[in-house]
Design a protein around this ligand. Sequence first.
Ligand SMILES: Nc1ncnc2c1ncn2[C@@H]1O[C@H](COP(=O)(O)OP(=O)(O)O)[C@@H](O)[C@H]1O
Ligand SMILES: [Mg+2]
Length: 362
Amino acid sequence: MSTVLTNVSKRYDSDKTVLSDVSAEIQTGEFFVIVGPSGCGKSTLLRMIAGLTQISDGEISINDKVVNDMAPKDRNLTMVFQSYALFPFLSVWDNVAFGLKARKNTSQSEIEERVNDALKMVNLEELKDRKPRELSGGQRQRVALARAVASDAKICLMDEPLSNLDAQLRIKMRQEIYALQRKLGLTLIYVTHDQVEAMTMADHIMVLHDSKVQQIGTPTEIYKHPANEFVASFFGVPPINILPATKDTGNLIEVNNDFKMEVDQQVPNDHFQVGIRPNELVIEAADELDANASIKTIEFLGDEKIVYIKMAHNNVEVAAIVASDSEFKAYDTIKVTAKNNYLVFNSDGVNITKSVEDVVNA
Ligand SMILES: Nc1ncnc2c1ncn2[C@@H]1O[C@H](COP(=O)(O)OP(=O)(O)O)[C@@H](O)[C@H]1O
Ligand SMILES: [Mg+2]
């Protein structure tokens, strides 16, 4: 039982390809997140799964049945939009009941039971008689969720459902959606541009960019073994530092002409790039003779500080995370080196880092 996308492509009227050869298998009961920058085609892909947008090429099947030409209402799915899409003139209760009432074969008592259960699940029982305008953004979002929960659709599609909420509420709703998905065993296909939402909720993440799937994997796989520079840079705050590098002697590489680093794998003979996460950089005070960088600015985050650094060569800037009690300040000259956790990208930006397993098995 799964939702399978096979070489799905989309061109709108013009010849511009919005999505090209998207393939994925989404298992029943999993939390599947589609993530990527604005305009990469996330909503288009979700709407194609829903049947609201025609696909140009390829095949979508749900539980072994090709649905390319199936009407949205026959696909047994429900959709939550960024805009909530509530009916302003209906009460909370009636909004949640709307889809169920529209179906002929659901009895009145079953509708009542489902709606009441769904409202209980999202803690809205007491507000059931209110109109949407009498609710906060978070409460409206919960009504939209309750509607999805009340329908017995097998698959729930959500398009950036939290983007209208403030930061605190977003974290709370993130946890609620995650808990609901687990509790109900929903197959949830969730679209977001927010890498944190993707990382915290997903069983599997699909990263979209440049009209193509960049990678599909678990949050750990995506973070530890990104397929390429784009994926590496998309996840993590501040983003991974990408620096030009060349082969030196023995196991050493020369990073940005600023420092040497030991690597335990083959690297290209010509130029390549290394990726070093901000918490893998080491900085120490250094006088001007020993320094290979200087500090631009520092951001205090409570438990730690982010130090923004200008390297001596190539106008390269990097970010490092240090303890909050460290005494670096802007304009300090420093020496930057790296621990031995790094990624190697070839000239096409493809991650060619030998994985930990390869090293162990070598
Ligand atoms: N109905 C449409 N007609 C023509 N182009 C569209 C239409 N909908 C979206 N697009 C274009 O397709 C691309 C992807 O849009 P969309 O799927 O909304 O991206 P995302 O949801 O990732 O921000 C954008 O370049 C957008 O302008
Ligand atoms: Mg969108």
